[in-house]
Design a binder for this molecule. Structure first.
Ligand code: 9MR
Length: 462
């Protein structure tokens, strides 16, 4: 990896860029540029940047989507996959004794084909259990053997293929007391030790984790988790790591995140950021996306700073495959890629924290093309995108232009700075996506209005 640029070089070039951006272009570009503090390379995949830091970077995935662009990005950018839903009890045993491993198997096969780890998720949880289990009335002994069999069956099936299991998920309330669940109520707190012990027996090589949310900073809940892990270790119960889910809100990365990771590391367990996403009130705008980039960067940096923080996984890499909008009304845009698979500023925030630096290929436009497309269109508006792709050539910066033939008017752009004067549109790279490598591409998007017709213009790359 190339060394980082010095901070004086960095701030000079940032200032130069800001001046350039602030003179005569839209606020969108200025704010995007202000949110990014150094240059970026979209050409080094996150998994390579992470590996150079001794880290694993993962994403939650949906098995059926692992083809086309979704599959390409999942395979190229990440070296760990977590099935978002496919390994949950309700997915694998919808009817007692009848198993469906299709999606879980597919994800494991994809991971093996792409030299990726798999985080198994999850074995003992209170959600997404099959109704035959939750509606049944069981004695403690029956519950215990159900859980033991479940763990033995699932962990055993994937023995040797799973790097880490979220054995126990979300055992705590916010105040640090134990959550009232099927398992806690039926088996007492030792369901946790039992589940870990059964998982170890079924796959001695898998790292065994307890995973929870709102335990990223130092607080009552994370302290309860800390005390649990400490006592499990003292008792000799197999526990290898804690998962900090990190379903965060824009601008609210806990200030004690690194300190919290460190205290678990000091206890002698690994730490993983297991489900990172950072949601914002919709619609997204350049200010929010810049803040989100800073937030992703600081979470990643906290993990990079602690040797035992081994894995950072995002809970879906694209806004088109995120649980957030369906759960938090009015919120979304929580992942590092937009719904059209274009990397957002957040992507570059992660890359920067992993040591990504600028590459400056020789400037040439030969072999580079700009392709305009309408992504979606409604009554009076549409979302368009332009992809600049190079093959046998590269760009150190770029600018594209076109002329609208039917009165279309751009209102907002992202991942580029766009101006429109009459019918003439001109868009230039943002500060973080100036380079297009040989074999690489950059995409930017925009919203615009139309009426009557919306013909596709001819785009010129300058
Ligand atoms: O991403 C999962 C989503 O598709 C499910 O509908 C949801 C149901 O609870 O679970 C989501 O994943 C959760 C994960 O398994 C545990 N931590 C919280 C995640 C977000 O809800």
């Amino acid at each position: 990896m190339s060394p980082s640029r010095s901070s004086s070089v960095r701030s000079t070039s940032l200032r130069a860029r800001l001046v350039a951006v602030l003179t005569g272009v839209t606020a969108v570009g200025a704010l995007l540029a202000a949110g990014m503090t150094s240059a970026h390379a979209a050409d080094t995949p996150l998994r390579d940047l992470a590996a150079a830091k001794g880290k694993i970077i993962g994403t939650a995935v949906t098995g059926s989507k692992l083809t086309g662009t979704y599959g390409d990005i999942a395979g190229a950018q990440f070296n760990s996959l977590t099935p978002g839903n496919a390994m949950k009890w309700g997915s694998v045993e919808p009817t007692q004794g009848t198993f469906n491993w299709t999606e879980a198997d597919q994800i494991v096969a994809f991971a093996q084909a792409h030299n990726q780890q798999v985080r198994g998720h999850t074995l003992a949880w209170h959600n997404q259990n099959p109704s035959w289990l939750t509606n049944g009335s069981w004695t403690s002994a029956q519950l215990s053997s159900l859980l033991q069999n479940h763990i033995g069956t699932e962990v055993g099936r994937y023995r040797g293929k799973i790097a880490a299991w979220d054995v126990v998920n979300e055992p705590f309330n916010e105040d640090g007391t134990y959550r009232s669940t099927l398992w806690y109520n039926g088996l007492g707190v030792d369901y946790i030790a039992s589940a870990l012990t059964w998982a170890r027996a079924a796959d001695p090589a898998a790292k065994l984790y307890i995973n929870d949310y709102n335990v990223e900073g130092v607080n009552a809940k994370s302290t309860a988790l800390y005390n649990l892990v400490k006592s499990l270790k003292e008792r000799g119960v197999p526990i290898d790591g804690v998962g900090l889910q990190a379903h965060l809100i824009l601008g609210q990365v806990p200030s004690t995140l690194q300190q919290n990771i460190q205290r678990f590391a000091d206890l002698g367990v690994d730490v993983a950021i297991t489900e990172l996403d950072i949601r914002m009130a919709l619609p997204a705008d350049s200010t929010k996306l810049a803040q989100q980039a800073a937030d992703y960067k600081s979470v990643t940096a906290a993990c990079v700073a602690v040797t035992r923080c081994v894995n950072l996984t995002v809970w879906g890499f694209t806004d088109s495959d995120s649980w957030v909008p369906g759960t938090f009304s009015g919120y979304g845009a929580a992942t590092p890629y937009d719904e059209n698979y274009a990397p957002k500023p957040a992507y570059y925030g992660i890359a920067e924290a992993l040591g990504g630096t600028t590459t400056t290929p020789p400037p040439t436009t030969g072999g580079c093309t700009a392709t305009y497309s309408v992504v979606s269109q409604w009554d009076a508006g549409f979302t368009g995108q332009v992809k600049i792709a190079c093959s046998g050539a590269s760009l150190s910066s770029w600018k594209v232009g076109w002329t609208y033939g039917a009165g279309q008017q751009i209102s907002q752009a992202w991942n580029a700075t766009c101006t429109q004067s009459g019918a003439a549109v001109s868009c230039a790279n943002a500060s973080y996506n100036e380079a297009v490598a040989d074999g690489g591409s950059v995409t930017f998007g925009f919203n615009a209005s139309w009426s009557g017709s919306n013909p596709v213009p001819t785009v010129t790359l300058r």
